[in-house]
Design a protein around this ligand. Structure first.
Ligand code: ADP
Length: 488
């Protein structure tokens, strides 16, 4: 099958979060398994020189037929595995470093920028003489691709191409004034409450959800949750309307980067059958960060963007009470909300022998925390998929998670009668339930070490590679093609 991925991010070229990893890993896995996959993303000012040196400009410029024609350059890079990556160069919109906004501007032109990306995806096949079977669109930034495909491009060379839209996080939707339709060259008749209109403006994601042949999101539970008001972010009606075309597919992880047996960023390597290195990682962590001692005490770790979604504000609230009642060590890594950053720093000053906090983005520290911890905390308010709990399972650091979205689909709750499970789950995000879950994990650590060892063993044996999800995406592409060509 021929698939064109349309995305604002792909690792390692442009990344702000999990989206970049998921798109790039999926594309490479499909290509490896024999599909012909190509990827289109903008050439941001921040794309590093080492990648620029490997690209070649296509011989002809691309005419992007929005309301008026915009001319752009496209650069091609072929990865060693055969994946072709096209970088769209359009200085005025993408020459800046930041992927989503230029913080110095009084208004955002994201809608114009990503309209250009979407239209470029539909005009590129003519330039490279390659018609994709499926346009795989990621998040709102690619939301107008299905809209074009089912309106302006319904006739013409792309009439047999289908579209799949994947929602990586429903809380980002892409709003614009209705004048964006003229800019994009889309009919004004689309400005209807059941199609592109929302709250008086144009909603890119809603348009994509309405027009794409099939929809996916990044876990089966999240696929159900976004159809209800609580997590539907205002789009629950269109999602319910399309529920028969929606699949939830849990993301995989990159097993080359996240593998405790070979990870160069941790002091001692280990595997499921050889766990001694894990204990040594914890020991050297304690020597470095808790020199006052802590041997025999459980270590709880967490890594996250510090924002509402991740629920670490609730952890911060209960830490003083926890330290007064249970003898534990906690190590946190994250950045984001300034108030929460300061609150965590303050707590670390108050409890230097119990709590270590790193504020910032630190890849090496993230790997170390995954390896050294006994338990990994993810009390998220919502979590479309989540990667850190998957890394924790791989590293034998038992996740303690709120039962939501991808966390619920990947962590099996401990059963103290049988010893089954791969972690600890709780339902309500209240200070009391989070404290109870941590207390439960402590009790298991001290009183049921055999159960704990069996869980670590079981967790490390789970398969979260990309091969299974990639096969499901392939099913989804076939399904999209059937519905497109059947109706054509
Ligand atoms: P999200 O995409 O919502 O941020 P995920 O759990 O899906 O959450 O993925 C986050 C990714 O970013 C993980 O790979 C995680 O390790 C990484 N990450 C988040 N914050 C930091 C940080 N401060 N330092 C290093 N890595 C981080």
């Amino acid at each position: 099958m021929k698939i064109l991925m349309v995305t604002a991010e792909a690792a390692p070229y442009a990344k702000t979060g999990g989206l970049a990893d998921a798109v790039a890993s999926l594309a490479r896995e499909l290509q490896r398994a024999g599909d012909e996959v190509r990827l289109l993303l903008p050439l941001y000012g921040s794309v590093e020189e080492i990648y620029r040196r490997r690209m070649f400009p296509l011989p002809y410029p691309l005419a992007i037929r929005l309301g008026t024609v915009h001319w752009a350059r496209v650069h091609e890079h072929i990865e060693p595995g055969g994946l072709r990556v096209y970088f769209l160069e359009y200085q005025r919109y993408f020459g800046r470093d930041r992927i989503y906004d230029d913080g110095r501007r009084a208004f955002s032109d994201n809608a114009e920028r990503f309209s250009l990306l979407c239209r470029a995806a539909l005009d590129l096949p003519g330039l490279i003489q390659w018609i994709p079977d499926v346009f795989h669109c990621h998040d709102w930034m690619a939301g107008l691709v299905p809209v074009f495909l089912e309106t302006r491009d319904r006739q013409g060379p792309l009439w047999r191409s289908a579209s799949v839209l994947t929602v990586h996080n429903l809380s980002h939707q892409g709003y614009a004034d209705r004048s964006i339709l003229d800019f994009a060259g889309l009919p004004r008749s689309l400005f209807r409450p059941d199609q592109l209109e929302a709250c008086g403006g144009v909603n890119f994601l809603k348009g994509g959800l309405y027009f794409a042949n099939k929809l996916t999101t990044v876990s089966p539970s999240y696929a159900g949750e976004i159809q209800a008001e609580e997590l539907g972010c205002g789009l629950q009606n269109v999602l319910r309307f399309r529920s028969g075309d929606l699949m939830g597919i849990l993301n995989g992880i990159d097993g080359d980067v996240w593998n405790p047996a070979t990870d160069p960023l941790i002091p001692h390597n280990y595997s499921r059958g050889q766990l001694a290195g894990k204990a040594l990682c914890k020991k050297s962590f304690y020597q470095k960060y808790f020199p006052a001692g802590g041997d025999g005490r459980p270590l709880f770790t967490a890594i996250a963007r510090l924002c509402q979604q991740k629920g670490l504000d609730v952890l911060a609230e209960i830490l003083p009470r926890l330290f007064a009642t249970v003898d534990i060590r906690v190590a946190l890594l994250g950045s984001g909300d300034r108030k929460l950053e300061e609150q965590l720093r303050q707590l670390a000053r108050q409890f230097p022998d119990r709590l270590h906090v790193t504020v910032g983005y630190d890849e090496a520290q993230a790997h170390l925390l995954e390896a050294a911890g006994d338990f990994f905390l993810m009390p998220s308010r919502f979590e479309p998929c989540g990667l850190n709990q998957l890394y924790s399972l791989r590293y034998g650091t038992l996740p303690i998670v709120r039962s939501t979205g991808g966390l619920r689909d990947s962590v099996l709750c401990y059963d103290e009668r049988t010893g089954a499970g791969t972690g600890f789950t709780f339902h309500d995000l209240t200070p009391q339930s989070l404290a109870d879950a941590i207390g439960w994990a402590c009790a298991c650590y001290h009183d049921r070490p055999r159960h704990l060892r069996a869980m670590v063993h079981r967790a490390m044996g789970q398969d979260f590679s990309w091969s299974r999800p990639a096969a499901r995406y392939r099913d989804c592409y076939r399904w999209a093609l059937e519905s497109k060509r059947g109706s054509g």
